[in-house]
Design a protein around this ligand. Structure first.
Ligand code: GLV
Ligand code: MN
Ligand code: MN
Length: 403
């Protein structure tokens, strides 16, 4: 099959977007609804308008570029996100949004026939690094989370998503629905690169459970308090970390404590309070349920063992999802038609596609992440393969729009 897209334009859009949100220390921070996110949104909206697409923004700040078809109805949507984790790379999410944009630019320019409308989407707060839960914009879009609850989500400093959305000027009034959903993404894991396979045909997405935990013990003098008289909440957290990391490893699941605050935080004071987040994932529903229950029990057991108080708030839960066989086959068929090596695989990362899968035909396409690195500045993918993934995305979009 011939290439249809303007690869140079896709690569330069990706590189341009990647320059946004870089702090003075050279690190990329484009957390949801921050000034950097606003700048990235402004750039994307400009490109959507330049492409002659209809710009739409909904009440949770999801951005759409809509291309009408010859028939009315809900669009086939190609989406992902442009918010980032702290100290991020430039591929996660952006590859999907800008490939969707490039697909629609090309379809409009070349007047490629399509009966159904098509849309590119950038979903608000996919990462969940700032506001919980993650995949917030897409969850409001499908009705899994109410707008009211989403706007009330608070970041670590107490700012609400609603106030931040208003501040950056992205609280819109448009509404939209999807008839099918496609998401192209970098793998973010090690398998495709290690096996030198060009395309990942995604069959489903991991489930996850998240908690905020606070252990309260007794702050005391680090020099005078004997070990056996301490109620050190960091010891409870450490026991929990080791116990759950081992439990997860045994079940081919993953357990992460990614954020921790130790107070009062001085070299010569036994900690009085420890706050931390937990992220637990498995692609197997039975395993996730079992480890979820185990984790809640361990949180309490470790607190009891050390004699500290515990406060535990569940912050997110998503069941593992599977994509429809005919959508999986579609991606696989186009990868084969383009002569690209491919294999079926699950996604260990969360994606907006997980909220669409139970509702509309949904598929995801992966390209390799070099060295399996992601959520870090070393995140890198081969631009030639990114462009090939974008071609497959376009193949699928056009076929779905004409089915
Ligand atoms: C999103 O990138 C996630 O999987 O946490
Ligand atoms: Mn992502
Ligand atoms: Mn991510």
């Amino acid at each position: 099959m011939e290439n249809r897209l303007n690869h140079a334009r896709l690569v330069s859009s990706l590189e341009k977007l990647g320059t946004i949100g870089i702090r003075e220390d050279g690190k990329r921070y484009r957390l949801a609804l921050s000034d950097g996110d606003k700048q990235a949104r402004d750039l994307l909206c400009g490109w959507i308008k330049d492409a002659g697409l209809e710009l739409k923004i909904d009440a949770i700040g999801n951005i759409f570029g809509l291309l009408p078809g010859t028939e009315n109805g809900d669009p086939v949507i190609a989406g992902s996100h442009i918010d980032t984790v702290p100290n991020a790379g430039m591929f996660d999410g952006c590859v999907g949004v800008l490939s969707g944009l490039e697909a629609l630019r090309t379809i409009a320019e070349k007047k490629l026939p399509h009966r159904r409308p098509l849309a590119v989407a950038a979903w608000t707060n996919e990462e969940g690094s700032r506001f919980l839960p993650g995949v917030l914009g897409s969850s409001v879009f499908v009705g899994d989370v109410t707008l009211e609850k989403a706007l009330a989500a608070r970041d670590f400093s107490g700012m609400t998503a609603g106030a931040e959305l208003n501040r950056i000027g992205y609280a819109g009034t448009d509404t939209l629905k999807a008839c099918a959903y496609l998401e192209f993404h970098v793998e973010q894991g090690p398998f495709l690169d290690a096996e030198k396979i060009e395309i990942g045909v995604v069959i489903g997405i991991t489930g996850l459970s998240r908690w905020d935990v606070t252990y309260k013990g007794e702050a005391n003098h680090a020099g005078t308090t004997p070990m056996n008289l301490r109620h050190d909440p960091l010891i409870a957290a450490s026991k929990l970390h080791l116990a759950m990391s081992a439990a997860a490893a045994e079940k081919n699941a993953v357990f992460t404590i990614g954020h921790m605050e130790v107070a009062p935080g001085a070299v010569n004071v036994v900690p009085g309070t420890v706050f931390f987040t937990i992220d637990l994932r498995s692609q197997d529903r039975t395993v996730l349920d079992e480890l979820h229950a185990r984790c809640e029990a361990e949180i309490r057991r470790c607190a009891r063992e050390v004699g500290v108080e515990v406060e535990c708030v569940p912050t997110d839960h998503a069941d593992p999802v599977s994509f429809a066989p005919r959508m999986i086959e579609k991606v696989e068929r186009f990868a084969n038609l383009r002569g690209l090596s491919n294999r079926r695989m699950g996604s260990g990362a969360g994606h907006d596609a997980q909220v669409f899968a139970p509702r509309v035909p949904t598929a995801m396409i992966f390209v390799p992440s070099i060295g399996g690195k992601s959520h870090c500045p070393e995140e890198l993918s081969d631009m030639k393969l990114v462009c090939q993934g974008a071609e497959i995305l376009t193949d699928c979009l056009l076929e779905l729009a004409n089915e």
